[in-house]
Design a protein around this ligand. Sequence first.
Ligand SMILES: [Zn+2]
Length: 263
Amino acid sequence: MALEKHRAVVVRTIKYGETSKIVTLYSQNSGLIKLVAKGARTSKSRLSGILEPLNVVEVIFYHKVQRELHTLNQASIIFSPIRLRMDAEDALLALACCEIITRVQMLHDENAQVYHLLEAAISVLNSSKAETRRIYFLTFQLQLLRALGLDPGFSKCSHCASEGSTVWNYDFRHARIYCENCRDLGKKEELSNELRAALNYLLHVEINQIENPEKLVIYQKGIYLFLLQFYKFHLEEMLNLKSLAVLQKMKNMQKEWLRSETM
Ligand SMILES: [Zn+2]
């Protein structure tokens, strides 16, 4: 049994016994970890307020080899997204990012790129204007695909390598994009050049450095529908998120976006 120290995001907590919590964290250097925080739910606990979902924390725990559950020794806060917590809907977007991580990552499955993305997403969701938060949420999902080795590849035609086209065609099954000259190769769905450019930009930009996110809001619906279709072929874990709240949120978003007239 060795003491370990990790920087991590609290992604989920559940009650455990009368006074304790089981805390799931996504850590920078050890992927998902599960810790028992003994006495964390008593009013006197110095852990109260620290082990809350969305907080970035430093934890010290006893690592038990071959065990799923380890025992927390100490925790301190690095960052807490205070603004985000003031709005339930916005907090839910960030919580959905956390839930997604628990869906697509295994225990102790280290991925520094995914970690950086999650921490940056929570931070930018906390500081961004409400009307642009969905753009950040969608960007998180797009970039997560890349971090998981599922790059949707929007930069050039998969067949002739052309980077210019007035309209593009996307083959979801094979995750390939085709220019207008190569559109007859297989079954594909059309993407406007504007949507393709927005997808390509958001796939590669640092999530906290998106320029004029307000101007990208018009592509939300297109990006959302693209992701849904992509998940059907490549990441089914994303289609059946357990949290009813998250699903409801997604449904509300979808309704709203489908109602809007612009693409
Ligand atoms: Zn081509």
